[in-house]
Design a protein around this ligand. Structure first.
Ligand code: CP
Length: 332
């Protein structure tokens, strides 16, 4: 069976993937359906299909990455796209070239999609407004958004727990600087999860929380804030630990790492407060011994490696959809 026999069934009809605030529930379900097909390809002995033969995907990373960059490269290669990796260190960015001119240059080389990670929030949005024939995929922009991580998180929850609706999802840690958390707030809200945010007050996004209190129609109005991790974990279906984003933090958020770990680290003892079938998630990279203990990270309730595998299939589905799914209709 080739992928042409089991193609992505439906299309998002989007030109770019920038954040999940642009996704309806049915859009996310389209991605889930298509990811099922891609997972079948990924689980074959020979992981190669001609779906994107003759197409070019460029990964343009201005920040470090293991999971996202490699999984996009693997996804493109499994689908037979030509994948070219560009990092800021090895590019003409080092000679002062602007992001805009770099992207125009890659578009002129007929890139079908540019996967961009950038330290500045909004970088992907800026490029998407400028591109005529190249799709932009946001692989993480500053502290703003990481939509493909959120999609893989949502898919992982659905696969392990059956559905997302009404599941109690506790997100613990650096919520202020986490782009994963911000995209997940959109995705989990859209899918009807019961979200609890837990962390020190200094690492909660107060601007967003204040807006939520003032605006009764705010999409995040039902999200619960709980500073006490033991209370937050009570009855949880999903425990999602976040890394402290020290590269983005300013000084003064925490008295000490030891204190933080004592209050907000996920230990096996604490995990007993969650439901016995609860799953433990982490977007990675992990700082074991800080936000999560090693025996939890690698324990029976951890689905962290499953998240990584899912990341490849989700990115296959996204590349396939953006590059071929809407070709006949989109004005690229
Ligand atoms: N989750 C995630 O974005 O990991 P990387 O930084 O390794 O890509």
């Amino acid at each position: 069976m080739t992928i042409k026999d089991t193609p992505a069934k439906k299309s998002l009809r989007q030109n770019h993937i920038l954040d999940l605030d642009e996704f309806s529930k049915s859009d996310i379900e389209v991605i889930f359906d298509n990811t099922d097909s891609m997972m079948e390809v990924l689980n074959r002995g020979i992981r190669k299909v001609p779906a994107l033969r003759g197409k070019t995907v460029i990964t343009l990373f201005f920040e470090a990455s293991t999971r996202t960059r490699v999984s996009f490269e693997q996804a493109g290669k499994i689908l037979s796209a030509d994948v070219i990796n560009v990092s800021s260190d090895g590019s003409s960015n080092k000679k002062g070239e602007s992001l805009y001119n770099t992207a125009l240059t890659l578009q002129a080389m007929k890139a079908d999609a540019i996967v961009i990670r950038h330290q500045h929030s909004g970088a992907g949005y800026f490029l998407a407004q400028q591109m005529q024939s190249t799709s932009i995929i946001n692989a993480g922009d500053g502290m703003h958004a990481h939509p493909t991580q959120s999609l893989l998180d949502l898919y992982t929850i659905k696969k392990h727990l059956g559905n997302i609706q009404s599941k109690k999802v506790v997100i613990v840690g650096d919520l202020l600087y986490s782009r994963v958390a911000r995209s997940n707030l959109w995705g989990l809200t859209t899918m009807g999860a019961d979200i609890v945010l837990c962390g020190p007050n200094t690492l909660l996004p107060q601007d967003f929380l204040d807006q939520r209190i003032d605006d009764v129609s705010h999409p995040f109005k039902n999200i619960t804030i709980e500073n006490d991790l033991n209370k937050a974990l009570n009855g949880a279906d999903v425990v999602m630990a976040l890394r402290l984003q020290s590269e983005r933090q300013k000084a003064g958020h925490l008295p000490s790492l030891r204190e933080y770990s004592r209050k907000f680290g996920i230990s096996s003892e604490r995990l007993k407060l969650a439901r016995s079938e609860a799953i433990v998630m982490h977007p990675g990279p992990m700082n074991e011994g800080v936000e999560i203990e090693p025996d939890v990270a690698h324990g029976p309730q951890s689905v962290i490696e499953s998240q990584v595998t899912t990341g490849v299939a989700i990115r296959m589905a996204i590349l396939y959809d953006l590059i071929t799914g809407t070709n006949s209709e989109k004005e690229l």
